[in-house]
Design a protein around this ligand. Structure first.
Ligand code: ZN
Length: 108
């Protein structure tokens, strides 16, 4: 009997993800579900998880689905509450006072 694809292997995968990657995946799921069921207006405000990566962070990021998609279309960025970027490791692409779009700084 093969254990390939058992729930355990999924769990292991989740554990190896950083918290912010997990939160980003959760946020993407929320938006994906809204898209699928076409619930809410594109400009209505979503409350998503802050992806700053601080383990103690419980902030919510308020932005519309349109804003979310614009932020995501630029690449593998993270969404964080305004002021939650970590300047030591990140570059802020955008900060409009409500949320920030941040990018991991390259190690060059
Ligand atoms: Zn945060």
């Amino acid at each position: 009997m093969s254990y390939m694809g058992s729930p355990l292997s999924c769990l292991r995968e989740t554990n190896s993800m950083s918290q912010r990657e997990l939160y980003r995946a959760v946020n993407a799921n929320i938006v994906g579900l809204l898209d699928r069921f076409d619930s809410g207006l594109p400009e209505s405000t979503l409350e998503l998880l802050c992806e700053c990566g601080r383990s103690e962070c419980t902030e919510r990021v308020s932005l519309s689905r349109d804003e979310y998609k614009r932020a995501r279309s630029a690449g593998a960025h993270f969404l964080a509450t305004s002021g939650h970027a970590l300047p030591a490791v990140e570059r802020v692409i955008l900060d409009n006072g409500r949320y920030s779009v941040v990018k991991l700084a390259s190690k060059t």
